[in-house]
Ligand binder design. Structure first.
Ligand code: UP5
Ligand code: MG
Length: 174
C-alpha cells in the first residue's frame, strides 16, 4: 500500500518548490499532477492532448480518470519509495471521488496545505485561483473534518517553510 501525502495550496503558493526539497531530503517521491498532465499533453499519440491543453489554458480541471491514471502509473513506476507527495491533486469533488474509487486500498492519505499569495494578473491565473477557491478549498475542508490536514503558511522564505514541513513529517511519522 502506498503512503500518500496530498500537497494542496493556491496556484504559485510554492507546492512544487517544497516538494522538491522533501523529495531530496526525506525520500518521498514527488509527483506533480500538473507536470504529469503537461507531459501527457506533449506525448505523441496521446488521445487526451487537446482536452488537457484546453483545461490548462482555462484554469479548469481535467477529468479525474485521466489524472488518476497518470498518477497511478507514475506511482507504479517509481520503484521502492517511502511514500508519495501528490502535488496539486485532488482539486475538486470529481477528483476526490475518482481517487477514492480507483485508489482505495492502494493508498494511505494525509494532506498538507499551503496558503500563499497570488499576485499574478494573467487571465488564466485568475481563473486558476477562482477554481481553487470554489472547488479545491472545499476538498481541503473535507479532509480537515477528518483530521487529515497539516497546514503550513507559505508567505515566508523557502527555508522557513521547509523547517515547518520537516516538523510535520516527523510528527506524523511518530
Ligand atoms: N517561490 C516558491 N516558494 C517561494 C517562497 N517561499 N518565497 C518566494 N518565492 C517562492 O512556486 C511558484 C513561484 O514562486 C516560483 O517562481 C518559485 O520559485 C517561487 P512553485 O513551487 O512553482 O508553486 P506551485 O504552488 O507549485 O505553483 P503552480 O504554478 O504549479 O500552481 P498550480 O497549482 O496552479 O499548477 P499545477 O501545475 O498544479 O496545475 C496547472 C493546471 O493543471 C491547473 O490549473 C489545471 O488546469 C491542471 N490540473 C488538473 O486539471 N488536475 C490536476 O490534478 C492538476 C492540475
Ligand atoms: Mg507546481
Amino acid at each position: 500500500m502506498h503512503n500518500v501525502v496530498f500537497v494542496l495550496g493556491p496556484p504559485g503558493s510554492g507546492k512544487g518548490t517544497i516538494c522538491a526539497k522533501i523529495q531530496e531530503n526525506l525520500g518521498y517521491v514527488h509527483l506533480s499532477a500538473g507536470d504529469l498532465l503537461r507531459a501527457e499533453r506533449q506525448r505523441e499519440g496521446s488521445e487526451f492532448g487537446a482536452l488537457i491543453e484546453q483545461h490548462i489554458r482555462n484554469g479548469s480541471i481535467v477529468p479525474v480518470e485521466i489524472t488518476c491514471a497518470l498518477l497511478e502509473n507514475a506511482m507504479n513506476n517509481s520503484g521502492d519509495a517511502k511514500g508519495f507527495l501528490v502535488d496539486g491533486f485532488p482539486r475538486n469533488e470529481d477528483n476526490l471521488q475518482g481517487w477514492n474509487k480507483q485508489m482505495t486500498g492502494k493508498a494511505l492519505r494525509c494532506l498538507n496545505r499551503g496558503q500563499g499569495r497570488t499576485d499574478d494578473n494573467e487571465e488564466s491565473l485568475k481563473k486558476r485561483v477562482e477554481t481553487y477557491n470554489h472547488q479545491t478549498f472545499p476538498i481541503i475542508e473535507h479532509f480537515e473534518k477528518n483530521g487529515l490536514v497539516r497546514e503550513v503558511k507559505s508567505e515566508r522564505s523557502v527555508e522557513e517553510i521547509y523547517a515547518d514541513v520537516v516538523e510535520v513529517f516527523n510528527q506524523t511519522a511518530k
